[in-house]
Design a protein around this ligand. Structure first.
Ligand SMILES: NC(=O)c1ccc[n+]([C@@H]2O[C@H](COP(=O)([O-])OP(=O)(O)OC[C@H]3O[C@@H](n4cnc5c(N)ncnc54)[C@H](OP(=O)(O)O)[C@@H]3O)[C@@H](O)[C@H]2O)c1
Length: 320
């Protein structure tokens, strides 16, 4: 089967199209014939080897989510899964391939009316947005800043924050045109990447949901209101400065909270419950998915170049 692996960590050119044996589903797993494969910011982070400690080797099959049809099941899995159209989280087993395997508990049937493309656009990122907001608990009327709103996590966060009754939903983004698209999804104030601009934007925020991290993080910590909650869910701009904690302590008298949120600590049953509800909302058009581009699987490096160049708004989807 055709697949895309990391031959060399770093630049998109390090991705290679290869021919791999079709995997057999192991005990507790299903195999799917992929129809749509999500290209996430997390894939770029893995490709650049920004996240340490994963122990990945050259030849790693990239990707973590795909949608398609179950074509085989492993030992202990009900055979009635075969033929069902599903979304699947493959984790580090990889998804940039014509077939992918996933644990059956990480698979979710697609509801009527939800395309495979929509499913991989929302599947992982929508739940990150949900649980990040759960952790920050914006009360109705409170102000929320979504930093890095143009990615698939940010686009869901903006919609969900608006739906939870936030008083203001400010976003950071790199262009006025993106700002207009974000307003259409519920943003009320559009700031530049450094958090400046935005006519009448609140000076401080009760909640920050941050996908970006990087050197600009301490300046955003400074913008928290008293009792403000900062939840970081991603590091697309790299790790923040090592001493950013001193900014939190400088704001000691504001009683600030800083949290990380990784889906790894959210019980799978909770993730799947929220995901199923979001899929149903998306099928009804109540939660919008934003697809930047649909490319052939063999163009995975092109998709990664677009991410590195910062031209992506929403999700790129690969089709085998
Ligand atoms: N917490 C979890 O469980 C979890 C799960 C999956 C993924 N993740 C993490 O989430 C991140 C990817 O999320 P995503 O796919 O939504 O993001 P993304 O699309 O890669 O990036 C989001 C946006 O951030 C802005 N941005 C990019 N570089 C920037 C920079 N240097 N400074 C300021 N803004 C910048 C860009 O928008 P503009 O150009 O408009 O500014 C970009 O569209 C990864 O770090 C991944 O590890 C976390």
């Amino acid at each position: 089967m055709k697949a895309v692996v990391i031959r060399t960590f770093g630049a998109p050119e390090g991705l290679e199209v290869v021919d791999l044996p079709v995997p057999a589903p192991g005990p507790g797993q299903v195999r799917i014939t992929t129809e749509a494969i999500g290209v996430g910011g997390v894939d770029a982070v893995i490709r650049r080897a920004t996240i340490g400690g994963l122990g990945l080797k050259e030849g790693h099959l990239l990707g973590s989510e795909a949608a398609g049809t179950v074509d085989a099941v492993g030992e202990g899995v009900d055979a009635s899964w075969v033929g069902r159209r599903v979304w699947a989280f493959t984790g580090l087993t990889g998804a940039y391939a014509e077939r992918a395997v996933a644990a059956v508990e990480d698979v979710l049937p697609l509801p009527e009316g939800l395309t495979a493309t929509d499913a991989v656009t929302l599947g992982s990122s929508g739940v990150v947005a949900h649980f990040a907001l759960d952790r920050a608990r914006p009360a109705p009327g409170e102000s929320v800043l979504v930093r890095g709103a143009a990615g698939s996590i940010g686009l869901s966060t903006v919609q969900l924050a608006a739906g939870r009754g936030a008083g203001a939903v400010a976003v950071t983004t790199s262009s006025a045109e993106r700002g207009e698209r974000l307003r259409d999804l519920g943003a009320t104030h559009v700031l530049d990447r450094s958090g400046e601009g935005g006519a009448d934007a609140p000076e401080g925020f009760d909640v920050v949901i941050d996908v970006v991290g990087g050197p600009g993080l301490p300046g955003i910590v400074d913008r928290l209101n008293p009792n403000g909650r900062y939840v970081i869910v991603g590091v697309v701009a790299g790790q923040p400065p090592a001493d950013f904690g001193t900014r939190l302590l400088d704001g000691f008298r504001k009683s600030l909270t800083f949290a990380t949120l990784s889906l790894d600590t959210v019980p799978n049953a909770d993730r799947q419950k929220v995901r199923a509800a979001q899929f149903a909302d998306a099928a009804r058009g109540e939660l919008r998915t934003v697809v930047h581009d649909v490319l052939p699987l063999v163009d995975a490096a092109k998709a990664h170049r677009a991410m590195d160049e910062g031209t992506v708004f929403g999700r790129i989807v690969l089709v085998p």
